[in-house]
Design a protein. Structure first.
Length: 167
């Protein structure tokens, strides 16, 4: 499998939103592609502490229904945030968010390669710890992260700051 990783471009954004909204848990809070996603993308691009990464495969490696007429097809994505810290003796942390692989390609090792790429980027930025959250309604994702060595060490809490918007 000839897999490649790169920083996302603006023209990848509709596909990224499609990947993120691919399940019932995320569909409601992600919504259909629109101006809000463009604003979010622009903010990520402007931040030196954020990367939006896509994984591509050559179209020739994919089933016909996944080909979009381009030589490479985006089949996965993730957002990485590099967090400087005071706790843990001042170490930097890598926050991994919005990890997605096209449902038709799961179980083929793409997610593991995507996460290893995240870890490599984190190490390159001086991070010594990777962390993530995963919705409680995603037991398959939890098994995947545990298989990579992640431990469920904390309880997460969220508070909507704008109750008119799903989060």
């Amino acid at each position: 499998m000839d897999i490649s990783f790169r920083d996302a471009r603006r023209d990848d954004l509709p596909r990224i939103v499609e990947l993120i909204a691919d399940d019932a848990v995320a569909a409601r809070r992600t919504g259909a592609f629109g101006a809000a996603h463009v604003r979010g993308f622009e903010a990520i691009q402007a931040s030196p502490d954020n990367d939006l990464v896509v994984v591509e495969l050559p179209a020739t490696d994919l089933p016909g229904e996944m080909r979009d007429g381009t030589p490479f097809v985006v089949v996965g994505c993730m957002q990485l945030t590099y967090i400087p810290g005071i706790s843990r003796n001042g170490v930097g942390r890598l926050l991994v968010e919005a990890v997605r692989v096209d449902a038709a390609l799961r179980g083929q090792g793409i997610g593991s390669l995507l996460m290893e790429h995240a870890h490599e980027r984190g190490r390159a930025r001086g991070c010594v710890l990777a962390q993530l959250t995963s919705d409680k309604r995603r037991p398959e994702a939890h098994r995947f992260y545990r298989s990579l060595g992640y431990e469920q060490s904390h309880e997460g809490f969220k508070l909507p700051l704008d109750r008119s918007r799903p989060c």
